[in-house]
Design a protein around this ligand. Sequence first.
Ligand code: SAM
Length: 876
Amino acid sequence: MSRKGPNPRVAKALSAMEALGISEDTVRPVLRNLLKLYERKWELIEEENYRALADAIFEYEETQAAERTIKRVENIEQTTDDVRTEYLLHDDSEHPHKRLCLRRHASSSIVISGLALGENSSRKAKSGTASDQSCSTQEKEESSQGDERSESKYVSPETHLRDRRKERALPQPCPQQEEAETCPQFLRNRRTESDAVTPRIHHRDKGKELLSIQISPREKRSLSLAVCLKESNIEPGNVLLPKEKPNSHCYNALMKPKSEPFTDELPQFELPLAMICPPEQGLMKNKAIPDPVNRGSYSVGVGSTKADGREPVLSKNVEEKGRNDGVGNIAFKSGSNFEPPNLQEESLANFEIASSPLGEVKISLSYRSDLGRSDFHMPNLDMVLKMVEDKCRKSYRIAEPDFSLMKLMKELCLCFLEQGTDSSGDKQERLTNMLPKLGSLQNSDSRKGFGSKYNNLSNFHMPESSSNGSTNLHSSIRVPVSQKPRLLGLNGLESYWNVAWSSSDKRNKKKKEVKGPESSNSRSVVVVQQRKISFDDVKPLHDVNDISKGEEKVRISVANEISDEQYPPTFYYIPKNIVYQHGYVNFSLARIADEDCCSSCFGDCLSSSIPCACARETGGEFAYNREGLVKKEFLDEVISMNRDPQQHRLFYCKDCPLERSKNEDIPDTCKGHLVRRFIKECWSKCGCSKQCGNRVVQRGITCNLQVFLTSEEKGWGLRTLKGLPRGAFVCEYIGEILTNMELYERNTQSTRNKRHTYPVLLDADWGSEGVLKDEEALCLDATYYGNVARFINHRCFDANLVEIPVEVETPDHHYYHLAFFTTRKVDAMEELTWDYGIDFADDDHPVKAFCCCCGSKFCRDIKRPNRTRSRSLILR
Ligand SMILES: C[S@@+](CC[C@H](N)C(=O)[O-])C[C@H]1O[C@@H](n2cnc3c(N)ncnc32)[C@H](O)[C@@H]1O
């Protein structure tokens, strides 16, 4: 998980562009954005010898040219009196908005009335726009030819770039200059851009002659592009000109990901994965698989997946090569051997499952590569399993740390057997127990139960490599054979494997039922589909009397005085942070040096006249007073730091983990992090008692809190049922400990459509080391696992809670506790809020933000029409 070396793909891209005479400095930012835009699908960048990259660079150069024009316009603007300028953003001096402008590059914009520069260039050209109408017929014909050419004919990046550069250098003739400019040659090769723009900009210099600034369409396009990407809500007749250099996103709109399916993703198993055919439809026609361990014949179910999601091959193409083995089992097989050549290629994997009369079930999954690769070698099975598990965890958001593919395969074997055998009540119960809910997977006992019950029956074989390059992975498990088939009804997450029945099955069902065990599996078509495991399928019930379900010392009730929606959306309540997967959190006594704890203290450290070593972090004074409240000076400083970070120390990572998580190959530069003040609490290596005054956060929640449905659009919130003094500890932010990479991947995969987001970044001390390893750059995500703090809503600037990093068991600050304290006296029933630190102008963050309705008069989310909801949340 640590940092990787330089990406060879980057090096290749750079050298491909170098061959075109494009410098590395030019390529890097463009490549970075292209990767972001294409979601790191390198194939899209590499195809056609980096054509997309060459295109993007060209766009970038155009944008730069437009920028120069903008600057010229701006210079002229400054000399005119009749051009009204107005800053869109609030003046920082009026409102305390500075805090979250850390990440903003080119933030302020100027509105220049009277300029009408086109629409977002990424939109489709509208028919009948000024540009279309202004083109001569010939031009239009050429244009359509050009489109065709660009669609159908491969143009090497070299030629393409040369052509494009030439186009830029040589204006194309048009009947009227103005008209011609609205239909420039290079646009013919573009797919969707349009410039419905007014070509001339007139500025009247006071009392002097009229200035006429000619902006070329290309420049206009870039200009409007730069503007549109900054602000999507350009008023008609206005143009927003970036005051500063447009940032690298400005050319993104021209780089649309192509629509080809991505092929390096995990297969989407929404499609049928395995099928069991009736004898009359092929079952009897197939070959029995010989019993590899002399236990008689196996019944075999076979299926194949296809990349395009169409019906599996087996349903269409099964030859008569097998037989009913006559021992009460069915045997059939399908595979590339039996398929017509045209369909053969489409079969990516063959899946076989078999049971013997002695109760052994075997799964065989074979992938036959047509590549015939000579470099194929047998991989380490453990590595393969781990890789698949990691992928599954990410793709299906499996939070269970002990999730195992082997376990899943065992379950498959058991289900297979169960399906084909007894339907008695105890079996049903057993199966239900074996397909645990996500929640019960946490329960080590249930895992143990599963393992212990069947461990003696399991038997795993190492993968074998065949000479033709195919790989077979066998898992077998022996379970007691029972007699009658049973169709399972599984719901929600329990149905890892969904069973569906075709209509023909219904027709044949009665007949099958009377046939007995031999034909018990002979249903028409049983399609076994794998469902994505979705957290939404899991419904851990909330206890409205105590959402913590007894995990906290105090009850935390749930109140809904607004609607019928009774419970907050589901999540698992945890009172302490839990590592999700790769986050590196090292708790150990050995890491705490003697000078970093107070082993010789006794009782309450606060009662000692000389503060102990644990007060060193806070300048030799404990952060808490005898009432357990954060002391005024410390609290004032922390609040000020939060409210006005620019007045405090910021650090800039050499290689920012946050940026790295967003774009591993070419990370952007660090936008800065606040150097925060920590509280250090005494801990287990200290001699003091648990009641020591320097142990506040670790004692957990003590105040009376309630989760309630807010009347605003914020969703659920948290309030205190009793008044709280200033500086009181309320709760800690608890969630899964994720690395930034994991959070980024989680978000890109699964939280796109989620209304609320729950991550916070633990970046309070990133500056203390040169380069933080990926596994050390941590955050907390309370989306699936969290505590009551996940309900605390945001309030700009004057929130009544402030977060303070607290060191308890880890001397380094990669991992720490994030604790909330009151910033002022809080009344009973008042909603508790904290300032998330959202930069509402940052569109580049993976975590979605929201339209703020905090109600603060200092709200930073400046309301503008047509603003998209998808804005970003800066994680501190
Ligand atoms: C940590 S959660 C807070 C709990 C959340 N309200 C809920 O119902 O679960 C953060 C989410 O709450 C919503 N939220 C928080 N503060 C808000 C505010 N001031 N205005 C609008 N929505 C807010 C946003 O959807 C945000 O992503």
